[in-house]
Design a protein. Structure first.
Lengths: 459, 459
């Protein structure tokens, strides 16, 4: 009789775990059953803003694999619209509710994967539970917002919080012809960047006709018959037919907490390198787990599809009897908002300080192609570097087309703990359509190395 | 009285050495005099095809700094149209000919920088010295070809050899409305790639109406009154009003040879890590030197502006009393030909074999953006990997827009001697406008790691 693997959560992490376990163990060895609260499996949550903005016309295009495909190709059974409400560790079973009928059942397991994802942060403010206020986390959120656009024809959209998803949604609404405002309590949006780099994002947003209100905290939401109609800050009330929360997300820890599966200070489920939780036979992967940050050497919660896929794969390999470990993250992220490309990796200044590093920073301005080559567009690169050692601690890029993806070379340098002295002679590619003869990354490393040397000579 | 630094060659390497030496030592400590055989200083040789193709309209745009600017800003004297014909090491002097007047003078030096660049390979065949056959190395070559286009209105261009510069010139001629043929004796053009990847370049060329003749060696050139009119191969005679040699370039070693300054088996001047030649007080930098290849651990001659700039900088810092070393190269190169983006780093298969590695290769096809995101274009990545260790040995990319510059992350991984097992979990950036959720590099690493594991289990 086969062992039974239950998966809680049918997106990237859970279904990667399922398919990778299946690759190692056939149905005669392992039965796999996945529960997904929503209506979709293996979709691109990162694609939601593009679906809302009608850059992608059909929701099916965001779906990598349907429940039918999992069944037919991998002998994995998926029950959508089914929510796991409780894990009974001692009884080796979960309680599952069919959301359509309300019927609850009990399903036994030998192995269990927690892939419950993350939940958007929602401020506890007057009116914050009103209709028309959306967090964007699962594909059902995307279809709901797109339905509102089609049926209610909202005119005014307000984005609360200038994180990645918030700004991507701002662009989506702009593309759909709405008047769009972004309200952020921080000095600049995109607070994963230092404020000086975030200011470049603000400029890009303003250039495209998005109203940006900074240093403004939302204090309440005006409502009309239970539906949002305004966003109130200390300084003003913004009319709002639809509101999106772009305040980030936190690991969905509820089931783990109830079952007594340990959660770390980051808020994510604690896992070892093989993605095992502290509970025997229970694994976790994706946005619900905490990750080791290789530069700060701390556990962090970062909700990102790329990590979810990797962690799910690793959990699946280990469940299947193989061996794989997750080496951690360096905090790389990238987005594109209204033509402004933004990327970061490692630690920004405040994070570097918080982790105990003495550091210095440099910013260089360059171009994405040789200055004389048509289409050369501006790129600004900021490096955060440890004093004395000259080790790279973090990097940020803001620019126009062909700028942001360059962060990958910096993320790889960071991963390998390179110093800016080593980096400035890296054999990066050069031809006029791709960079000046000194690649912007090399220029930044060269400038940072000069600064490090100056600091050393002052000691 | 200041020391005297002479520079032979006024482009990237020589003038970087000059300006970096000047940064450390003022005119009271160091007199700097540079000789340049041609008419331009500090120009982008890599920009020549774009000037010929009229993508760049004005030759001045290719010039980073003129002799006047060197004089006024850096107190560096440059004599253009002056060729150094001999180095007298014992007498600490060079012989210089003013090419306009033929007058020869002798100039003493304390320190000397050889930055004589490279010379295009020219086959010794009947007719190969005819007018109308151009190597493309210095900016004067570019202005000469552009003059021919303007004055002689050639109809048929033939490129002999499918290297980078040859293919870039093929595109330039195509842009100018000529009928263009490329003749290459190899199985595929761009022989710095493996043939399977080179075939993708051929397809791109053919799609754009360039005639490509492969496995065809040129046997002679037909001439008419001393001017080329045809390119003869074993199979055909191609009409030719203008011919460009794209057979690569070799270090310009003539002066070094005559002076007894050692040249290595690669053909380049031998230098130590600080860019010192074997002769006291004589430095060398740029295309004329040989470079340490970090993966093959051999000396190689690679003519490339990015190395020339780095080496020149390092020579200048050391001449100025500072300390800097050149860590070598990994063989990164990139180009764009008629919309086909091509990049490589490290060793291709035949080079890996030649260096003694047992290796395997994988090729993956992916897209430059999420499949559902508009503008996703194809990208093929090939990795060459050492068997057993799984260490990356080389990578090649062929694709359309936004493909090639991704080689930098691979070059950085290679530089740090990463295994594909380590690479497959690299924290590379992901958002739908930039890559699928599994970045193509990670997909390639994952596939390569599977292959390595299979090979291991066969042992």
């Amino acid at each position: 009789m086969p062992e039974r693997l239950l998966i809680i959560g049918g997106d990237a992490a859970g279904m990667s775990a399922a398919t990778n376990a299946r690759r190692h163990l056939g149905p005669d060895r392992l039965e796999i059953l996945a529960f997904e609260r929503g209506n979709f499996t293996s979709y691109s949550a990162c694609g939601i803003p593009y679906y809302v903005g009608d850059v992608v016309g059909d929701v099916d295009r965001l779906i990598a694999r349907t429940p039918e495909e999992f069944r037919d190709r991998s002998a994995i059974e998926v029950r959508i619209g089914h929510e796991v409400t409780e894990i009974d560790l001692d009884g080796r079973a979960v309680r599952v509710r069919d959301l359509a009928t309300g019927v609850e059942t009990r399903e036994g397991f030998d192995q269990l994967v927690l892939a419950t994802g993350a939940v958007p942060k929602r401020p506890q403010l007057p009116g914050s539970d009103a209709r028309g206020i959306y967090g964007i986390q699962v594909l059902d959120d995307g279809t709901a917002v797109r339905d509102v656009l089609a049926k209610e024809e909202p005119k005014h959209a307000v984005i609360v919080g200038g994180g990645y998803i918030g700004l991507e949604m701002a662009e989506a609404f702009k593309l759909r012809g709405l008047q769009v405002s972004v309200v952020d309590k921080h000095e600049q949006p995109m607070s994963t960047l230092d404020p000086d780099m975030g200011a470049l994002v603000t400029k890009g947003l303003c250039d495209l006709g998005i109203d940006v209100y900074l240093n403004e905290a939302v204090t309440s939401f005006d409502t009309d018959s239970g539906k949002v109609c305004g966003v109130v800050t200390g300084q003003r009330t913004l009319p709002a037919d639809i509101v999106v929360l772009g305040l980030g997300a936190t690991p969905n820890r509820e089931l783990a907490d109830k079952a007594g599966i340990p959660v770390g200070p980051s808020g994510g489920v604690v896992v070892d390198r093989r993605m095992r939780t502290k509970a025997e036979g229970v694994w976790a992967a994706g946005d619900c787990t905490e990750k080791y940050h290789r530069i700060s050497r701390r556990a962090v919660a970062i909700a990102l599809g790329t990590h979810a896929n990797k962690e799910g794969r690793i959990a699946g390999i280990n469940i299947g009897g193989g061996y794989a470990t997750f080496p951690g993250v360096v905090g790389t992220a990238v987005t594109k908002v209204c033509g402004v490309e933004v990327a970061r990796t490692g630690l920004r200044e405040s994070e570097a300080t918080e982790a105990g590093f003495e550091h210095l920073s440099v910013i260089v301005e360059s171009t994405t192609r040789a200055g004389y080559y048509p289409g050369a567009s501006p790129i600004k690169i900021k490096l955060v570097v440890e004093k004395r050692s000259g080790k790279l601690l973090g990097a940020q890029i803001v620019g126009r087309e062909e700028a942001a993806k360059r962060i990958d070379a910096l993320a790889t340098a960071l991963w390998n703990e390179m110093t800016v002295d080593e980096m400035l002679n890296l054999d990066l590619s050069y031809a006029p359509p791709y960079s000046p003869v000194w690649d912007p990354i090399l220029i930044a490393a060269r400038k940072a190395w000069s600064q490090v040397q100056e600091t050393l000579s002052e000691c």
